[in-house]
Design a protein around this ligand. Structure first.
Ligand code: PLP
Length: 403
């Protein structure tokens, strides 16, 4: 069992006073707060080992390089990848998906080829494919939702044809907080010889990922959603795809030799890591994953599932409540009567309660639901039932004021 009181001590920001009230932070799906060990790691790298990585013969450069490559190994272990060179560091989920769209697209896709995504994708798993649509004329096929806001798997099966080249779907919806049956989705795609990208932005902080068991071809996530720093993320790709794909960005680090006549590219993972990487962030991300491991991701998930269950139970006592989908993770979206979510969010903010309102970068889903947006509460390991009690009281107060 986790000692949440103890864990909270690692997050000084949770003691912040917002308009005279102690912060209740329920916007974890947008970004998590950082434990002291991660913050200290950033400071420690700059104070004790800062030097550019990979190119230096001198001591500090070697220390920084070893620490960065140590983080790559930490990520490999964390998701159970076979090789550490299958771990590419990026700026985050968004950049990882853009990398695959550009490099997989540039290598394998031509006009008329099809990519399957779903109705509940984040914009970062829609727009990169639309850019390819404009650039090379691919087509997007969209998995519809069932009445319960889950992915319609029977309809998904019918989307495959001779032109299908890739499936790209979210593991967990950032709006609905529902977990998609990604193992089944991958098996179906593989039965058609089609590779699959899983957007793990919302699953990585709450779910044990065993990438080899899942058999995803690509898996992407952001460090800042799992207690790590901003500006660093991960693309996992199976070696066979990464080796075959053309590079994304050109520049230093990603080359073997450069001549004006011809340039040859570096091996994995460096082929996809042009320029100076955010080695400070990468080292701190490694620390964040070690910290999560020290608590046990299953323990974290159990605690968060209980918070979600408790929040759903409490919210359901409020007249006019609508909770969208069947949240089974650490986030839930709701509306109350015809109260605009932005009004609700503004009043909660005045009470020191941070939730997110709006379309959550998933406008097609919000349009499909026929609503102006939602209010979303999302939980992390440091949240408590007391946080939820205060949140519920805040919601009730806001409803009184707005009705
Ligand atoms: N995909 C999902 C499901 C998300 O929830 C998010 C962020 O909220 C992203 C992608 C984009 O992540 P980032 O902004 O860190 O690149």
């Amino acid at each position: 069992m986790l000692d949440i009181k103890d864990i909270r001590k690692e997050f000084p920001i949770l003691d912040s006073q917002i308009y005279g009230k102690t912060l209740i932070y329920l916007d974890n799906a947008a970004t998590t707060q950082k434990p002291l060990c991660v913050i200290d790691t950033i400071s420690n790298v700059y104070t004790t080992m800062n030097a550019n990585v990979h190119r230096g013969i001198h001591h500090l450069s070697q220390v920084a390089t070893t620490a960065m490559e140590g983080s790559r190994e930490t990520v490999r272990k964390f998701i159970g990848a076979e090789h550490s060179h299958e771990i590419i560091f990026t700026r985050g989920t968004t950049e990882s998906i853009n990398l695959v769209a550009s490099s997989f697209g540039g290598t394998y896709l031509k006009a008329g080829d099809e990519v399957i995504i779903s109705t509940m994708e984040h914009h970062s798993n829609i727009v990169p494919w639309q850019l390819l649509q404009e650039r090379i004329g691919i087509k997007l096929r969209i998995i519809p939702l069932t009445a319960e806001c889950g992915l319609d798997i029977e309809a998904y099966k019918r989307l495959f044809n001779g032109q299908t080249r890739l499936v790209s779907v979210a593991h967990v919806s950032n709006v609905l907080g529902v977990t998609n049956p990604v193992k089944e989705i991958i098996e179906i795609a593989h039965s058609h010889d089609v590779p699959v990208l899983i957007d793990g932005a919302q699953s990585i902080p709450h779910t044990r990922i065993d990438i080899q068991e899942l058999d995803a071809d690509f898996f992407v996530f952001s460090g800042h959603k799992i207690y790590g720093p901003t500006g660093v993320g991960v693309l996992y790709g199976k070696e066979k795809w990464l080796n075959a794909m053309q590079p994304y960005h050109g520049g230093g680090e990603m080359i073997k030799t450069v001549r004006f006549e011809k340039t040859t590219f570096n091996e994995l993972p460096y082929k996809f890591e042009a320029g100076t990487p955010d080695y400070v962030g990468i080292i701190a991300l490694g620390k964040a994953l070690e910290w999560v491991d020290s608590l046990g991701i299953e323990n974290i998930a159990m605690h968060e599932h209980e918070l979600t269950r408790y929040a759903v139970e409490k919210l359901n006592t409020i007249p006019g409540i609508r909770i969208f989908g069947k949240p089974d993770g650490a986030a839930l979206s709701f509306l109350i009567g015809d109260i605009h979510p932005a009004d609700l969010g503004t009043i909660l903010d005045r009470l020191g309660i941070a939730i997110r309102t709006g379309h959550h970068c998933a406008q097609p889903l919000i349009d499909y639901l026929g609503i102006p947006g939602t209010a979303r509460a999302s939980f992390a390991v440091y949240n408590t039932k007391e946080d939820i009690d205060i949140f519920i009281k805040g919601v009730e107060r806001a409803v009184k004021m707005l009705s």
